[in-house]
Design a protein around this ligand. Structure first.
Ligand SMILES: Cc1cc2nc3c(=O)[nH]c(=O)nc-3n(C[C@H](O)[C@H](O)[C@H](O)COP(=O)(O)O)c2cc1C
Ligand SMILES: C=C(O[C@@H]1CC(C(=O)O)=C[C@@H](OP(=O)(O)O)[C@H]1O)C(=O)O
Length: 393
C-alpha cells in the first residue's frame, strides 16, 4: 500500500512529504522530479509568487545511489519566499505581533470557515495551509508515482481541455504524442492552435482585473484490467480517483469518462459494447477483449477494464481578484472590499499538472495493492504472472 502525507505552510521554510510503500529498486532522481515541478510553476496565467519561487526538490530519505531502498521516501521543496517571512511565520512566541494579524476573510477561500472552526483571530493561521502552494510537494510525490508506473509502461498525462469557452478534444492521439503535448510547461492542450486562443483569453481576463477557471483532463494509458474493486465502497477506483482530484484546491467537479453527459443520453449511446479478437494477443495486447468506444473512461464497477482511464475536473476561477469582492472584517464586523496585491489570474494549466500527479498516486497505489511486493523485481514477477493468466482467459 502506498500512503503519503504533506506538511508545510505557504510562507513557511519548506513543504515536506513522506511517502511510504514505494518498493525497493526504483530509480528516482531530483532532476526528473524537478521537471514536473517546473511544469506546475510555468503554467500560463500565474502571478508574482512564481517569479520568486524556483521549485527544486530535495530527496531526504529512502533513496541511495539513485534507487529507492524500500524505506519511507522524504521529499522537501524549500520556499524561497521564506526569507521575507521568517518573523511573520516564526514558531517562536517572542516573534508574536498582533499588529500584523489578518482579520479580513477572502470570499472563496478557507479563511472564514477556517478561523471559526479553529478558534483563530488571525486568518493567516488558515490561509497559509489552505494555499495551493502545498500542491508543489504533491506534484513531487506524483512524479515518484509516475516513475513507478513508468516501469510497467503506464503513462499518466494531464491537459487543459476547456478555458474561456475554448474546448479541445483528443481525437485518437497516440500515447507518445500525449506525452509530448503534456510536457509543455505553459499550457498543455490537444491542439496548439487552441492553446494560443486560451492564452489570449487569460490575458484579456487579466486586463479586466478578473480571474478564470477551466476544465482539465487526465489520461492514463497502459493500465491493466483489474485495478480497484467492486466489493467495498472505499476500494472502488473511480471513488478514489475522484476524491484525490477533488482534494485539489479550487476543483469543484470531477467526472470519469462521459461523466455528466451519461445522464443526458439513452443507454444505447452510453455503454461500451464488448468484442473479442484473439489476434490482438499476438499483436502484443494483454487480452483479446476490447471496446470500440470508451464512454466509461476505463472503469466499470470500480475496476479498470483495460481501456484508457479518462478523468476530467472543473476548476473554479481564482477567488482572489483585482476587482474587489465584498466581505466583512472578522473583528470589527465592518464590511470591506477584498483587494489583492498579488495573485494568479488563472491556474488551470498548473492544476492539470497537479491532477496528473494525484491520479498517478492513486493508480500506483491500486497497482501496488494488486501486484504488491517489496522490490520492483518482485512486483514485475507478480505482474508478468498476471499478464500470462490474462492472455489465456
Ligand atoms: C495551482 C493553484 C494555484 C492557485 N493560486 C491561487 C491564487 O493565486 N490566489 C487565490 O486566491 N487562489 C488560488 N488558488 C485557489 C485556492 O487555493 C482555493 O480556491 C482555496 O484554497 C479554497 O479552496 P476551494 O476552492 O477548494 O474551496 C489556486 C489553486 C491552485 C490549484
Ligand atoms: C505559491 C503558489 O501558489 C499560491 C497559491 C495561492 C492560493 O491561495 O492557493 C496564492 C498565491 O500565493 P501568494 O499569496 O503567496 O502569492 C499563489 O502564488 C504555488 O503554486 O507554488
Amino acid at each position: 500500500m502506498l500512503r503519503y502525507l504533506t506538511a508545510g505552510e505557504s510562507h513557511g521554510p519548506q513543504l515536506t512529504a513522506i511517502i511510504e510503500g514505494i518498493p525497493a529498486g526504483l530509480k528516482i532522481s531530483e532532476e526528473t522530479i524537478n521537471v514536473d515541478l517546473a511544469r506546475r510553476q510555468g503554467g500560463y496565467g500565474r502571478g508574482g509568487r512564481m517569479m520568486i519561487e524556483k521549485d527544486q526538490v530535495q530527496i531526504l530519505s529512502g533513496v541511495r545511489w539513485g534507487e529507492t531502498i524500500g524505506s519511507p521516501v522524504t521529499l522537501c521543496v524549500v520556499n524561497r519566499d521564506w526569507v521575507n517571512w521568517q518573523e511573520k511565520m516564526s514558531p517562536h512566541e517572542r516573534h508574536r505581533d498582533d499588529k500584523i494579524r489578518v482579520t479580513r476573510s477572502r470570499p472563496g477561500h478557507a479563511d472564514l470557515p477556517g478561523v471559526m472552526k479553529y478558534n483563530h483571530r488571525d486568518v493567516r493561521n488558515i490561509l497559509e495551509r489552505s494555499s495551493a502552494r502545498e500542491t508543489a510537494v504533491r506534484v513531487a510525490v506524483g512524479s515518484v508515482a509516475k516513475a513507478f508506473l513508468g516501469a510497467f509502461d503506464i503513462t499518466v498525462n494531464g491537459f487543459v481541455v476547456e478555458l474561456g469557452g475554448i474546448k479541445t478534444e483528443r481525437h485518437g492521439l497516440s500515447s507518445d504524442r500525449l506525452r509530448e503535448l503534456a510536457a509543455k510547461s505553459e499550457l498543455a492542450t490537444y491542439d496548439p492552435e487552441a492553446e494560443e486562443r486560451m492564452k489570449a483569453f487569460i490575458d484579456s481576463v487579466k486586463d479586466a482585473g478578473d480571474t478564470a477557471g477551466g476544465v482539465v483532463e487526465v489520461v492514463v494509458t497502459g493500465a491493466p484490467v483489474g485495478l480497484g474493486s467492486h466489493v467495498q465502497w472505499d476500494r472502488k477506483l473511480d471513488a478514489r480517483l475522484t476524491m484525490a482530484v477533488m482534494s485539489i484546491q479550487a476543483i469543484k467537479g470531477v467526472e470519469i469518462g462521459l461523466g455528466f453527459e451519461t445522464a443526458r443520453r439513452p443507454g444505447s449511446q452510453v455503454h461500451d459494447e464488448i468484442y473479442f479478437d484473439s489476434s490482438r494477443i499476438t499483436h502484443g495486447e494483454a487480452t483479446g477483449f476490447f471496446r470500440k468506444t470508451n464512454n466509461a473512461g476505463g472503469i466499470e464497477g470500480g475496476i479498470t477494464n483495460g481501456e484508457e482511464i479518462v478523468i476530467r475536473a472543473a476548476m473554479k476561477p481564482i477567488p482572489t481578484l483585482y476587482k474587489p469582492l465584498s466581505s466583512v472584517d472578522m473583528l470589527t464586523k465592518e464590511p470591506f472590499e477584498a483587494t489583492v496585491e498579488r495573485s494568479d489570474v488563472c491556474a488551470v494549466p498548473a492544476a492539470a499538472v497537479v491532477a496528473e500527479s494525484v491520479v498517478a498516486i492513486e493508480i500506483a497505489n491500486a497497482f501496488l495493492e494488486k501486484f504488491g511486493g517489496d522490490s520492483l523485481a518482485e512486483i514485475q514477477r507478480n505482474y508478468d504472472g498476471y499478464l500470462d493468466y490474462l492472455r489465456s482467459f
